[in-house]
Design a protein. Structure first.
Length: 169
């Protein structure tokens, strides 16, 4: 059974995933890192091939990782929006929606120019707010657990997820 982390960009899925893997001895994978390692920068993929191509790469990674066991999987922010992806992940995993406030997310992503869905929008706060509005109901729907991250350290969030996951962590 895998531990799957989903949520908005900037919520801390990568940092928390690494921490959980360290505490549990599981292998950690970040779907965005796997794609970058194999295909190059995500912003370049979006620019040259489009979002649809990127999403198909994500699904390929999900098929591969969901067939394995005892992983910690940090997903890209839009990955679970595709029903096929969340269904594959649920077959052998528990999905944790890491939730943060708009203010927390904006503070974390404001300095990151590499976010393709926020890049060149001119109004990062508006773009982030719209993504949050559209994605939150999907995250809540696919999640087995919701973990609020505001005001918590990486380790506190990791410990909460490990506790919720249970005896198999």
């Amino acid at each position: 059974m895998n531990i799957v982390l989903c949520g908005m960009m900037g919520v801390g899925k990568t940092s928390v995933g690494i921490c959980i893997a360290s505490k549990t001895g599981r292998m950690w994978y970040d779907t965005d890192v796997v794609i970058t390692d194999r295909h190059g920068r995500i912003s370049d993929i979006f620019e040259y091939y489009g979002e649809a191509h990127f999403r198909s790469l994500e699904t390929g990674i999900v098929r591969e990782l969901s067939g394995r066991d005892r992983l910690v999987i940090s997903t890209g922010g839009g990955l679970v929006l595709k029903p096929e992806n969340s269904e594959l992940l649920k077959r052998n995993g528990k999905i944790f929606f890491m939730r943060a406030s708009f203010e927390t997310l904006l503070k974390r992503v404001r300095a990151d120019e590499s976010r393709p869905l926020l890049k060149n929008t001119g109004k990062m706060a508006d773009a982030l707010g719209e993504l949050l509005r559209v994605r939150t109901p999907v995250y809540e729907h696919v999640a087995d657990y919701i973990v609020d991250t505001d005001g918590k350290s990486i380790e506190e969030v990791a410990d909460e997820i490990i506790r919720l996951f249970g005896e198999d962590a």
